[in-house]
Design a protein around this ligand. Structure first.
Ligand code: CU
Length: 187
């Protein structure tokens, strides 16, 4: 009898406490401060827009005043073909560790579009001359005709939020410039 009473009391006390704490724990996961990843590039507006159309490259790297700050369209392809792709095209940081529930926010501060596409294994993108001989990763293969790839596109000056990553390692790359890569460890 005494045992039952204590148990009943404990239940009565603990149940409301559980209800009190549970929403708080959920809320904390939803509102975790996002971790920022930045996409960078140094596209040369003159040569990129001549090849790809007006307004394609909107670089803020002072290209007109300091031409050495930017990479010309043909040079980007030549560097990739030679096996040393341009380091100015980059996600920073290359590696992040987050706790489950932390959103990633990928901000494109470069001058041209990129994608932040999850792949099972790093590989090439959907523009073979930029792949340096690597086979296209299956997740990139369809290019922007594939809605799954188009959804991961980040236009210049915009950002993409990635949520709901499971625990473990996740690999992301740009399906245009496949040397832009990030490993995300979710703990
Ligand atoms: Cu890119």
């Amino acid at each position: 009898m005494k045992f039952l009473t204590i148990r009943l009391l404990a239940t009565l006390l603990i149940a409301p406490l559980t209800l009190w704490f549970a929403p708080a724990a959920l809320a904390q996961e939803d509102t975790a401060t996002p971790v920022q990843i930045v996409a960078l590039d140094e596209c040369d507006p003159t040569t990129f827009n001549a090849a790809l159309g007006p307004e394609f490259c909107k670089n803020v790297a002072l290209a007109f005043a300091f031409p050495s700050f930017v990479t010309k369209f043909a040079d980007l392809f030549a560097e990739a073909a030679a096996g040393h792709p341009d380091p100015g095209w980059d996600f920073e940081p290359d590696r992040v560790t987050i706790t489950k529930g932390t959103p990633l926010v990928v901000v494109n501060q470069g001058g041209e579009p990129h994608t932040f596409t999850e792949v099972a294994k790093f590989g090439g993108g959907f523009i073979p001359p930029l792949n340096g001989g690597q086979a296209t990763a299956p997740e990139c293969a369809g290019g922007f005709k594939d809605v799954a790839v188009a959804r991961t596109r980040i236009l210049q000056g915009s950002q993409l939020q990635v949520t709901g990553l499971s625990r473990g390692e996740h690999l992301f790359e740009c399906c245009i410039h496949p040397w832009m890569r990030v490993s995300v460890e979710v703990q």
